[in-house]
Each structure stands twice: as structure tokens, then as C-alpha cells.
Design a protein around this ligand. Structure first.
Ligand code: SF4
Length: 474
């Protein structure tokens, strides 16, 4: 799973923008456990990583640019002790990738120290930052997360919970948050629950993480997902829950299941691997190809390809071999290297493909450049026919809630018909899973998901300009 979602090696894929992990566990090595938790969430962000530890008398922060092991090869975990910690892994688009934007953010304010880790994007950050700046706020970074810190510090007259409840009224968009004072850990999910966040138990302590795979990695037991708008306070008295603002219906990001999340994670009641397999089955019911073998684009297409093969009664084969040992530092993000990216990462197996009519299952097509290279690669390895089937609907709109799906003008499905895309990627056939088919998998909770990048039904108003909200502070 390591480095599966690498925006350099897979420039055609959407990119998740953060993973967060928090722990309150007196007596345990909270810094090291956070390190392992972040390592399990590495697929959610590879640009920077950081850990902040609270010991009751202050908060110490260590963070840097790079993958978790790279950052903490320099910043030792020794003598980094306390009883609570928060961590963060971040992916950023070009221009936002700078050390100041690495998280957690740690500030000193009127009531002491405050650390914050944020996953998601605020959609009204431009307005909020102007309002805050006009009344004296200064910003160190260009992340929307700093707007949250400023608001929390302003509103914290009685408690962090009260401050967060007020923030939920002002702040629009997606945010799963971890906040740490010198002695308490807080976790909160936005009123729609866009980004995942779950709670687990570890001995006498507690763990909160973006995905359940991080809980199991550190030996914690999954307790439950946070509700949309819920705020947790975790301290020596245990876990206290407060319900903040809640939207009329949740809008969990459906793309987490299609591509971002690890297959071993279960979010809001649905196991990712199981959902992907069902997507493949549904796809085969909608579009049955007369073919010899079904192959996945590894790894995110694997479960759907298995589902497709089972439902279609066609042999499942591994036709593309993935090099799992390429780290992000292996290549530089130049255009030339981007072109090479797919070839470096995936190699066709001629002995599997030669003379075969192949169904290739991928999770999504965003810009279309990778798909065309993969089709060519299979033909060069001897495939007689290459049919591309995609386990999600066409991506037509940009995401403003924490996923980098590219600007709309770069989305191939927003510019071309399905036949035109099929021609441009040089496939013998192309089929996408229908939105109805996708939602059917989540029945009877199909109303609880955001599908805006497929149908334009944005649950929260998006900025009027085409420029993504995340860059509004830049
Ligand atoms: Fe997820 Fe798409 Fe909604 Fe963004 S627009 S939150 S990627 S479903």
C-alpha cells in the first residue's frame, strides 16, 4: 500500500490532501505510536509530516518536508515524550508546498498552547481571512487551517468545545480536526462529515484517526466513527461528546471509497475493499465485455477487477506488475519525469497479455493521460483487444472539499464524450460505472454521500471563482 497515491508517479489521479492521527494515552510512547499511525496514513499525503506532543506543561513540535520516515530520520523520536500527541501528513499542490504549511500548526495564545491538524478544505476561507486580517490577525502560513486556529483562539472564552461550536457556524466546507491543548485532545468533524474520522481504544487511552487502518496499525480497537458535527474531548476523565452543528443529511466523500482510502479501512459503516468489489460486480452487470481476462490497474483497481471477474465469469489475472519500492524522492516532478512515471511504476506481463482480449479495470479517469499510456503498454505487450472499464462515473466537476481533482478545464470527461475519450485513450471500448449503480451499493444510505464531482450537486456552496479555495490565502 505504501505510496500508492503518489501524485508524481500518478499525475492523472486525484490527490487526497491530508491524513490526521491523534492519541491520548498516559504511560505510552505517544510520539512513536503517532509515527506508526501516520505511516499507515501515508497514502493520504506525501509532501510533509509532523508530530506535536503535549506533556501537561507545553507542546513540542517536530515536522518537515517529505515522507514520514524521511522527516523523522532527521527529527528523532527519542526524548519526545508526553501523554498526548497529534500528527499530520499532507499533500499540497504546487505553490503550496512549503515548510511553513506543514502541520500540525502550534500556536501560543491567551490560554496557553494549541496544536491543530486539519484534513479538508474550507470553502469560505477567502472571506474569513479578510475579516480576520482586518481585525488584526496575522498569518504565518498560506493554509486555510490557520484561519481555524485564529477563530478557535478568538472564540475560546469558556471552552474549546464552545469555540468549535461557534466556528461551525462561521466556517463552511470540509474539516476533520484534531486540536490539542497542553493537557487535552479534541477531535471534531464538520457538519456534513465530508472527511472520515474515527475513534479507537488503546489500553487505557484513546486514538483518533482519519482511517481505521491507522487504529489497527497501532494495536487500537475501533470504537466508532465520529458523527458529522460531533466534538470529542479526551482527557483523564475519558471521552466526552458534544454535538455541534449538524447538516440535515451527511455528505461523506464517496471518492474515499473509490480511490483514496486504504482497502483495509472501514469508514462510516462500509469496508473499502468490500465496496470496491461491489463496484466491480455492478460494473459487470452494466457492461459485460466478451473477453479472455480481467486485469486491474494496481492497487486501487484490484478489488473492483476481482468483483468484475467474479460477476462476469472471466479469469482474473495480474497483467501489470507494480514496483512497490519507488519512493517519492526517486524522481523529481519535472514534466519529463511525469511522462516516465507510469512506466517506472507499472510493467506489463507479456506472458499474461499476449493474444488476449483484455478488460482493464481502473478506479477513475481524471485527465486521461495515464489511461492512454496503459492501453498502449498492453497493446505493445501483445494484447489483442483492450477494453477499459472504470469503477466510478465520469469525473465532471472539481472538488472543493479537500481533494485535488484538477481544474474543470483539465478533466477529460468535462471536455469530451465517452466515445471521444475512448478514441483518445485508443481503447477498443470504454465504460464507466453509472452513478445510480455506484449509489446502489450504499443503499439504503445512498443519500448520505457527496457525489459533487460526478453530478455537480455541491452540498456546501463553493467559491464563485474557478480558483480553488485552498489557494485563497496565497
Ligand atoms: Fe469527494 Fe467528489 Fe465530493 Fe470532493 S466533490 S468531497 S472528491 S465526492
Amino acid at each position: 500500500m505504501f505510496n500508492e497515491i503518489d501524485p508524481i508517479l500518478y499525475p492523472d489521479k486525484p490527490a487526497e490532501e491530508c491524513g490526521i492521527f491523534g492519541i491520548y494515552a498516559p504511560g505510552l510512547d505517544v510520539a512513536r505510536l503517532t509515527y506508526y499511525g501516520l505511516f499507515a496514513l501515508q497514502h493520504r499525503g506525501q509532501e510533509s509530516a509532523g508530530i506535536a506532543v503535549a506533556d501537561g506543561g507545553g507542546i513540542e513540535l517536530r515536522k518537515g518536508m517529505g515522507l514520514v520516515p524521511e522527516v523523522f530520520a532527521c527529527h528523532s523520536l527519542d526524548s519526545f515524550s508526553g501523554f498526548a500527541a497529534i500528527g499530520h501528513v499532507r499533500y499540497a499542490t504546487t505553490g503550496s508546498s512549503q515548510p511553513l504549511n506543514a502541520q500540525p500548526l502550534v500556536f501560543r495564545y491567551a490560554k496557553g498552547m494549541l496544536g491543530l491538524s486539519h484534513n479538508g478544505n474550507l470553502t469560505n476561507v477567502a472571506d474569513l481571512s479578510i475579516q480576520l486580517a482586518s481585525t488584526g490577525s496575522v498569518f504565518q502560513s498560506t493554509t486555510d487551517s490557520e484561519v481555524l486556529v485564529n477563530l478557535i483562539a478568538r472564540y475560546n472564552t469558556n471552552s474549546i468545545e464552545e469555540a468549535l461550536m461557534k466556528c461551525m457556524i462561521d466556517v463552511k466546507g470540509a474539516y476533520s480536526l484534531l486540536i490539542m491543548t497542553e493537557d487535552t485532545l479534541y477531535a471534531a468533524r464538520d457538519p456534513h462529515g465530508f472527511r472520515p474520522l474515527c475513534l479507537g481504544r488503546l489500553g487505557e487511552g484513546y486514538v483518533v484517526a482519519s482511517e481505521s487502518c491507522a487504529l489497527t496499525t497501532v494495536g487500537a480497537t475501533f470504537i466508532r466513527d465520529l458523527e458529522p458535527g460531533e466534538i470529542l474531548r479526551i482527557d483523564r476523565s475519558g471521552v466526552n461528546s458534544t454535538q455541534g452543528l449538524k447538516a440535515p443529511r451527511p455528505a461523506h466523500c464517496i471518492f474515499e471509497y473509490i480511490y483514496f482510502a486504504r482497502p483495509d479501512s472501514t469508514m462510516d459503516g462500509y469496508n473499502v475493499n468490500k465496496v470496491r468489489r461491489e463496484m466491480g460486480r455492478q460494473l459487470a452487470q452494466e457492461y459485460l465485455v466478451d473477453a479472455d481476462i480481467v486485469i486491474p490497474v494496481p492497487d486501487s483497481g484490484t478489488a473492483a477487477a476481482r468483483g468484475y471477474a467474479e460477476e462476469a465469469g472471466i479469469a482474473f489475472e495480474e497483467g501489470l506488475m507494480k514496483n512497490r519500492y519507488i519512493g517519492r524522492t526517486f524522481i523529481q516532478p519535472t514534466q519529463q519525469m511525469r511522462e516516465l512515471g507510469v512506466q517506472i511504476k507499472l510493467n506489463p506481463i507479456r506472458e499474461v497479455l499476449e493474444g488476449k482480449r483484455v478488460v482493464m479495470v481502473d478506479d477513475s479517469i481524471v485527465r486521461g493521460t495515464t489511461s492512454q499510456k496503459l492501453v498502449t503498454m498492453l497493446r505493445e505487450a501483445g494484447a489483442k483487444e483492450v477494453h477499459m472499464v472504470i469503477s466510478s462515473p465520469p469525473v465532471l466537476r472539481s472538488c472543493y472539499y479537500g481533494i485535488d481533482t484538477s481544474d474543470e478545464k483539465e478533466l477529460i470527461a468535462a471536455k469530451m464524450s465517452q466515445d471521444e475519450i475512448c478514441q483518445s485513450i485508443e481503447a477498443d471500448g470504454l465504460h464507466y460505472l453509472s452513478l445510480e449503480g455506484l449509489l446502489q451499493i450504499f443503499a439504503p444510505k445512498e443519500e448520505c454521500f457527496c457525489t459533487a464531482c460526478f453530478d455537480g450537486n455541491y452540498p456546501v456552496e463553493v467559491p464563485k471563482t474557478n480558483k480553488k479555495a485552498k489557494n485563497s490565502l496565497e
